[in-house]
Design a protein around this ligand. Structure first.
Ligand SMILES: NC(=O)c1ccc[n+]([C@@H]2O[C@H](COP(=O)([O-])OP(=O)(O)OC[C@H]3O[C@@H](n4cnc5c(N)ncnc54)[C@H](OP(=O)(O)O)[C@@H]3O)[C@@H](O)[C@H]2O)c1
Length: 238
């Protein structure tokens, strides 16, 4: 049985990915800061009889905490119990909301965005690498089009995601036995997306579950290391 560690899996994209990877046969280790929400998500994953149900025999381990906390990152890797095949660095923050122009971006908010979106995933990857090297595993870093497009207001979040992308790029060049993917899911109907568009109706954005088949394809077909967009990764059905 393979093990996937997915950060930020209590809701949104991380929760949908957890369901998809459980269905693909992975044991899961998941986290989020809100312990009650994380427990509810883990319970739903275990109990679900629907299409997101884990395969019989697979397990879901919930480890509440903040990925910016070094002790929590160590606890996450310890919960993998010596086996890790896939690390999904999904947890992240939008930063300040409403999105400020860079001219007005508070430095402490900027620092917090880089801590959660760049430092934490790199530091967690460092801890996970011995297990990933041993399994010939993979790292999936969740990025955004804001890393490569110049959207007014998205400078803090976008700069952090751009840094995560280049760290992924270099990691792929350094760790030839480990797959490293950095993937843009596209706009999704989640709490983070609502924060980016406060008060706006975002019901036209797709549900997170819509991109899960694309990400599962990345993992199960073990596509080459590199940058991907979910929209370009539709599963091949024939
Ligand atoms: N939604 C979009 O349109 C979109 C587009 C492109 C990229 N993305 C990326 O997709 C990923 C998931 O975003 P989402 O839209 O699904 O966000 P979301 O709905 O806000 O969910 C974020 C998840 O991460 C957890 N989390 C946040 N900060 C954390 C921390 N410091 N430590 C541990 N867990 C933390 C949250 O739980 P707690 O709050 O309880 O910790 C929650 O489970 C992010 O990397 C985001 O940048 C999203």
């Amino acid at each position: 049985m393979s093990t996937a560690l997915i950060t930020g899996a209590s809701r949104g994209l991380g929760r949908a990915l957890a369901a998809g990877l459980a269905r693909a046969g992975f044991d899961l280790v998941i986290d989020a800061r809100d312990a009650a929400a994380l427990d509810a998500a883990a319970g739903a994953l275990r109990a679900s009889g629907g299409p997101g149900a884990p395969r019989p025999g697979s397990s879901v381990t919930a480890v509440p905490g903040d990925v910016t906390d070094p002790a929590h990152r160590a606890a996450l890797v310890a919960a993998c119990a010596g086996r890790l095949d896939l690390l999904v660095n999904n947890a992240g923050t939008l930063g300040a909301s409403p999105l400020p122009a860079l001219a007005d971006y508070p430095a402490d908010e900027l620092r917090a965005a880089f801590e959660a979106n760049v430092i934490a995933p790199i530091a967690l990857t460092q801890l996970a690498l011995p297990l990933l090297r041993a399994s010939g595993g993979a790292v999936l870093n969740i990025t955004s089009d804001a890393a490569v497009e110049a959207y007014a207001g998205w400078g803090g979040y976008g700069a952090a995601k751009a840094a995560l992308e280049q760290a992924s790029n270099v990691l792929a060049a350094e760790e030839l036995g480990v797959r490293v993917w950095w993937a843009d899911p596209g706009d999704l109907r989640t709490d983070m997306h609502q924060l980016a568009f406060p008060g706006e109706d975002i019901s036209d954005r797709p549900e997170p579950a819509s991109v899960v088949p694309a990400f599962v394809r990345l993992v199960t077909e073990r596509l080459p290391s590199g940058r991907y967009r979910a929209a370009h990764l539709a599963p091949v059905t024939s």
